[in-house]
Write a protein that binds this ligand. Sequence first.
Ligand SMILES: *Cc1c(COP(=O)(O)O)cnc(C)c1O
Length: 424
Amino acid sequence: MNIERSEELFAKANKLIPGGVNSPVRACRNVHCAPLFIESAKGSHIRTVDGMDFIDFIGSWGPMLLGHAHADVDKAVCEAAKRGTSYGAPTEIEVLLAEKVCKALPSCDMVRMVNSGTEATMSALRLARAVTGRNKLVKIIGGYHGHGDAFLASAGSGLATFSIPGTPGVPESTVQDTLLVPYNDLEAAKEIFEKYGNEIAAFFVEPCAGNMGLVLPVAGYLQGLRDLCTKYGALLVFDEVITGFRVSYQGAQGRFGVMPDLTTMGKIIGGGLPVGAYGGKAEYMQRIAPAGDVYQAGTLSGNPLAMAAGLATLDILEKADYAGLEQRVLAFVKELAGILEKKGLSVQYQHIASMFTLFFTDKPVRNFADVENASTAIFESYYKQMREMGIFLSPSAFETAMVSFAHTDDDFNKTLDCAKKLKF
Ligand SMILES: *Cc1c(COP(=O)(O)O)cnc(C)c1O
């Protein structure tokens, strides 16, 4: 595989941009190789500056559920651009997208647009603290809610409830209000509420964990969290930045029938442009300025390009065959896992809708501790060989593969043919 041009650009980028990339995982450090620089993408395929074509299973980490450069989304964005790209004044399209989002997500009466998922979760946390008059938040070990300080907490040794800053630059005082519990462990959640119940403002959870690889909620887990939050007067926040409009058009809340108090969104809702959003019950959302007293603002929030991309995307998704895609992806994942097992590997797969992760371990995966059992060495070999053969996978063992409506049976079959050639 010739990746000379990518390597050239990466060398130059490393002098100008920290690590050569604008978001860490892109650098492919986990798998010890140089990142491929992209020239263009269309549908399920992505093309590098070295002129090589790949079947894409990253999907820009989630937004591209319709595939790259969808004609209708492209058209909407180009037409919007001709009318100007930002006004700093309200537009009709913001109202149309808000209407569409609130109609789709059963728990959202109102929504506020921001520019990233990170901004959405930071704002939702501020709102939850204002609404409850409390400071503490609970998050899941291995859960990701963007890079806001309060969320960058790691589990201290042994004790699940003791958090330490997850990175230099985050003061201890900022994470002392962040409590950590393992995913899918209702008993641990119960204990933390028993201990800190009247101090907890919000429980943040990705309803399907998507940032430790994909880990699905066990039966009753989400409802159990709902009940605990209600009992202790804390807000349940579903971070649906990945699951929103992916696990169903109604998000995870619609699919599992569990209603959060606040929902954070991003990725798909921007159709590939920078967008985030947070929404929920009117009584809470009315607290946001200028309706209420909780400050939150943004120069480019709700900008017409992003709104046009989001609206065009949701217009198509509203009528899309989610069940059909889910079936096709499941059949593909089962076959892929089967091929790898025949090669003597232990594989656990997790799948829902158009997302999946293969974990190279023989033990079932329910939370971050289980995920950490999986072999990163086998993953690295799998990743490198698949990349050589033209399959573009997330360059980390603990990420979720994103399939799109543009993926064809031919894409799946070609990927399976590549998997058959793998050597371990
Ligand atoms: C990607 C992601 C975020 C952060 O969104 P950005 O747009 O990258 O800031 C937050 N929460 C979840 C669950 C995510 O997957």
